[in-house]
Structure formats: C-alpha cells, structure tokens
Design a protein around this ligand. Structure first.
Ligand code: GAR
Length: 201
C-alpha cells in the first residue's frame, strides 16, 4: 500500500466576523467552525469597540483580532481600516454579528454577495432597531431572526434563512431578545455554512 499524506480535506472558506458588543453570535459561529465538516473557518474578529467582550473571547480562542474605535474618524476612514484588516487576514467573506455601524456604500458594494448579517426580526418586518418591542407592540405571534446578504439599503438584502420564536403572553423585549438570541446561535452557523457551500460559490 502506498503511503498517503495526512488528510487535508477540502479548502475552507475564510470568514472575518465584525462585532460591536457581547459577541455571542460570534462565539456560536466560531464554535461551529470547529466541528467536523464545517465548510468555513474564522480568520479574524474585528470591532469598532475596543471594549467589546467578544474580543477577549476571540483572543483567548487564538483568533486574530482587530479593534479600532470609530470615534474621531470619518465613516470612510474607519471602514477602510476594517476592510484592510479583513484583507490582511485573507478573508473571503465577512459575517456581521451585532456590528452596530452602518457601512459605507463603497464597502458594501465591494463585498456584495460575500457579506452576511444577522438581524433580530423576521425581515422584511422591523428593519432597524427595537425589533422585539415593535413585534410585541404589534401583537405578533412570533418574533425571530433573519440571516441576509448585506446591500446598501439597510436590512434589505436577499434573505438566506430565518427562524421563528414564539412571543409569550406578557413577554418583554428583553426576554424575547434573549430567546431569539438562542435561536440566532442555531441559525447563523447553519446559514453561513450553507451559503459558503452553495453551488457555483
Ligand atoms: C443580535 O441579536 C443581532 O441579531 C443584533 O444584535 C445582537 C448582537 O448580539 N443585530 C442587530 O441588531 C443588527 N441590526 P451578540 O453581540 O451577542 O451576537
């Protein structure tokens, strides 16, 4: 029998994750990337908030991080620095995970088809902020989350996948947000894996 080298497996898609806050979706994406057969790997965690809790977690996990406050910078300057970090890390995709900055049209256009976002509502309902409070106020039976492609128009790109979460009697926006996050953590890794594995991708 001829000797064979170590199993290398198929090349994985290289993903940069942008965060602003706690980074629980980031952690879910990272954990999933380490399971057998995951078609993507995380090459960078970048944030506009140097205090973002997710950065410390990423460092402890041995992932390259980049942090730069947007304060005192123009949007174009800050976006260019974030984009530079993504390129330096060899990213082929960007996954926005609680990244609470609007990106400039130029950035979005350059990454169109290669940048995903998770949004805490059943889009096209409730684009923007305060999604859970708006779902409760409207008397909706379900809230939920959506993974979509990022386009220059906010929260309006192609929907890749969604998950519904029931609204409880006497629900509060905070309680619903917490339950939706649990669902987000299931949804995002699955949607990202499916997207980077798509035919013709
Ligand atoms: C998530 O619920 C995500 O859907 C939302 O921010 C939270 C980030 O939590 N994103 C948006 O509202 C984007 N418009 P995390 O930092 O724990 O992942």
């Amino acid at each position: 029998m001829p000797e064979t080298g170590p199993e290398t497996g198929p090349e994985k898609a290289k993903v940069a994750i942008f965060i602003s806050g706690s980074g629980t979706n980031m952690a879910a994406l990272l954990d999933a990337s380490r399971l057998d057969g995951c078609p993507y790997e995380i090459v960078l965690i970048a944030s506009n908030n140097p205090q973002a809790a997710g950065l410390a977690l990423a460092r402890a996990e041995g992932i390259t991080t980049f942090a730069l406050s947007h304060k005192g910078m123009t949007r174009a300057e800050h976006d260019a620095a974030m984009e530079g970090a993504a390129h330096a890390a060899g990213a082929q995709y960007i996954a926005l995970a609680g990244y609470m900055r609007i990106l400039s049209d130029g950035f979005v256009t350059r990454w169109q088809g290669r940048m995903l976002n998770i949004h805490p509502s059943l889009l096209p309902r409730y684009k923007g902020l305060d999604t859970h409070a708006r779902a409760i106020a409207a008397g909706d039976s379900h809230g939920g989350a959506t993974v979509h492609l990022v386009t220059p128009e906010l929260d309006s790109g192609l929907i890749l996948d969604q998950v519904e979460v029931a609204v409880l009697p006497d629900d509060t926006p905070e309680a619903l947000a917490e339950r939706v996050k649990l669902a987000e953590h299931q949804l995002y890794p699955r949607a990202l894996a499916a997207y980077v594995s798509r035919a013709g991708g």
